[in-house]
Design a protein around this ligand. Structure first.
Ligand SMILES: *Cc1c(COP(=O)(O)O)cnc(C)c1O
Length: 425
């Protein structure tokens, strides 16, 4: 009887029919049935509570079930769940466009909405290519992107991911060829990047990079100087600079957007993940006036050729507006600073452990890089035994909690990381 209530019927029935992400279904560990969330807690069907170290792929920045987000979505649902964005507009989307433009630096003020991060990157790439086409320049269809980068799972975006992570070899023949290089971390790598760009400048539409933190590609950090070099390079060769802030946007690195900290303004920025505070899928591609001007014409073919069915989803935009309210009303960036201090102190004991290569912290991102992870499934199981939901990636164990996480919850997470990493042999 107890067994029955622990494994819900929907879990048993549905698992035979669902296909899980990046998962070898033959050897998969049984995914945990979740029945409830609240703040930084995930409740499982058997009654266990886990402290969430990942905030659902970095989306739930205010914690789960925040009353203000709930109220905004509920209220919008009463009035109008959604209407198509072709020929119609509505208050939640237009208010959100206006507010995002006001918050983004550097004249980024034209917002195109879509429904997922990958698609917002696809739109940014199409925007960049069409920017040149509309000016009569054909053949500028390649992008410069960087090792360690991650920009999505669709075919267009896979081709600008790290070649290993993006599995370029596996999909050879399908993916267009772009120019994937090392980030210009010093003068030498900058010189070789510049040589590569100079050789093919008239084929290149733009440069795409995740500013300050390369997320899913390995939680790799770089300094603002790298982005300043990319801005200078883009200016010298008249390329568009695209910042993918899907991971870094909305406070994760300590400022509302990473481009603010870096003091570098891109021509196009992509946003998603924490945009709606983890409630609804939504993404945005935001361009400067300069980019927008290339589409302003009497020629209908100069219009931006994209339009997802659910673009500007009214419920999602209502959630995003409510999330921005919280960034305005509550001390989110102070909370990120407190988390940064907590991560620094809490993860420091990992430094010097035999299997640890690096410990690095930036904003509400704490990373313990190992020499390798042999058994990912076993590692995840050990974290769960410590009451923590942590999902190592490649060879890194990382924490990206909600900004509202309580101090003792963060301590539980960092202690779990130290304990589990110490026990590795
Ligand atoms: C998650 C992510 C994406 C892809 O977003 P999806 O919503 O999963 O399509 C793209 N770029 C970055 C930097 C991301 O972190």
């Amino acid at each position: 009887m107890a067994k029955c209530s622990e494994t819900p019927v929907w879990h048993q029935k549905g698992l035979r029919h669902v296909w899980l992400p990046y998962t070898q279904m033959k050897t998969v560990a049984v995914p945990l049935p979740v029945v409830r969330t609240q703040a930084s807690r995930i409740t499982l069907a058997d009654g266990r509570e886990l402290i969430d170290g990942i905030a659902s792929w970095w989306t739930a920045c205010h914690g789960y079930n925040h009353p203000h987000l709930r109220a905004a979505v509920t209220q919008q649902l009463e009035v109008m769940p959604h209407v198509m964005f072709g020929g119609l507009v509505h208050e939640p989307a237009l208010t959100l466009a206006h507010r995002l433009a006001a918050k983004l630096p550097g004249g980024l003020d034209r917002v195109f909405f879509c429904d997922s991060g990958s698609v917002s990157v696809e739109v940014a790439m199409k925007m960049a290519v069409q920017y040149w086409l509309n000016q009569g320049l054909r053949g500028r269809t390649r992008f410069v992107a960087f090792r360690g980068g991650y920009h999505g799972d669709t075919t267009g975006t896979m081709a600008v991911c790290d070649p290993e992570e993006g599995m370029h070899r596996l999909f050879r023949g399908l993916l267009p060829e772009h120019i994937i290089l090392d980030l210009p971390r010093d003068e030498e790598t900058m010189a070789s990047l510049e040589r590569a760009v100079a050789a093919r400048a008239n084929e290149i539409a733009g440069i795409i990079v995740e500013p300050l933190v390369q997320g899913a590609g390995g939680m790799l950090f770089h300094e603002a100087a790298v982005l300043k070099r990319l801005r200078a390079l883009a200016d010298r060769y008249e390329l568009l600079l695209i910042f993918d802030e899907i991971f870094t946007g909305f406070g994760r690195t300590g400022s509302l957007f990473a481009c603010e900290t870096a003091e570098v303004a891109p021509d196009i920025v992509t946003l998603s993940k924490a945009l709606t505070g983890g409630t609804m899928p939504l993404a945005a591609t935001v361009a400067t006036q300069k980019v927008f001007d290339a589409f302003w014409s009497d020629d209908p073919l100069h219009a931006l050729m994209h339009g997802p069915t659910y673009m500007g989803h009214a419920l999602a935009c209502a959630a995003a507006n409510a999330s921005l309210d919280l960034f305005e009303r509550e001390p989110r960036l102070d909370q990120v600073r407190a988390i940064e201090a907590g991560l620094r102190q809490g993860l420091e004991p990992c430094r010097g452990l035999p299997r640890v290569r690096d410990v690095r912290i930036r904003g509400a991102v704490g990373v313990v890089e190992l020499d390798r992870i042999d058994d990912l499934v076993e590692l995840r199981r050990r974290f769960i035994a410590e009451g923590a939901f942590i999902r190592p990636l490649g060879s890194v164990v990382y924490l990206t909690p909600a900004f509202t996480i309580a101090e003792d919850e963060l301590t539980t997470l960092t202690r779990a990381v130290v304990k589990v990493v110490r026990e590795l042999n």
